[in-house]
Design a protein around this ligand. Structure first.
Ligand code: ZN
Ligand code: ZN
Length: 236
């Protein structure tokens, strides 16, 4: 079956994420856009995953729990997990392995932890957009430790993209999928398909209006479960 996706979406927990990126708004818009599956991927934290997952049940949208890890090399890697509980466990480990610098909401924005009914449950005090001590060669292993998969984010972008930071993707990093920006050209996409990667085009939305629409981007799966998505993205 064809599964229409957007597997890289930020909530209001990310300092750069708009305060309108609430659980109900995100799943509601995903349903309107005709998406079958979305993923919550805030910077270095999974604190809003459970809320969006629960809101997704009501809206009829499958929600994968994840996070956008910033590696020690300042490369962005999206990790996806089979459940919010697994993502939160990984989030605890990442929380111990990231630089703790207090957030200044006036400069970076608020970092809102929310309930599945869009109420504010708290605020993350330390800035989430900092590097961790997880190296890029460890990212796939870290995701697998919690039953998940990992892929380098927006590889064609100069800011925190793996190609700009490191030059290339080595086979022994263990990635099976790569994410390219919506603006990347077909030749670039074909190059990564030829190299054997599953190529994802996610929105990396920080604002509601940037989320993917149902489009030519889909995954072919036997059935839509978080485990099947993770399996598809985790194996070459
Ligand atoms: Zn990023
Ligand atoms: Zn992102």
């Amino acid at each position: 079956m064809k599964v229409y996706y957007d597997l890289h979406i930020h909530t209001a927990l990310s300092p750069c994420g708009d305060d309108d990126m609430t659980p109900c708004n995100i799943v509601g818009l995903a349903a309107l856009c005709g998406l079958d599956v979305i993923a919550v991927t805030d910077h270095n934290s999974a604190a809003n995953c459970a809320a969006v997952e629960k809101a997704g049940l009501k809206a009829g949208v499958t929600v994968l729990s994840g996070m956008e890890l910033e590696t020690a090399e300042e490369v962005h890697v999206v990790m996806l997990f089979p459940s919010a509980a697994a993502a939160e466990e990984c989030g605890k480990e990442v929380g111990k392995r990231r630089l703790l610098v207090p957030n200044n909401p006036e400069i970076y924005g608020r970092q809102l932890v929310m309930t599945h009914e869009d109420r504010i449950a708290g605020e993350e005090k330390n800035l989430l957009v900092t590097a961790t001590d997880v190296g890029v060669y460890e990212a796939v292993k870290l995701a697998r430790k919690y039953g998940g998969a990992a892929f380098p984010a927006h590889i064609d972008r100069p800011s925190h993209g793996i190609l700009q930071m490191l030059g290339d993707i080595a086979d022994d990093m263990g990635f099976a999928a790569v994410e390219i920006s919506p603006a990347a050209c077909d030749e670039f996409t074909d190059c990564w398909i030829k190299r054997g990667y599953t190529v994802l085009r996610n929105s990396d939305a920080h604002y509601l209006e940037n989320m993917n629409q149902r489009s030519v981007n889909f995954l072919e799966l036997d059935s839509l479960t978080p485990e099947n998505v993770i399996d598809k993205l985790g194996r070459r």
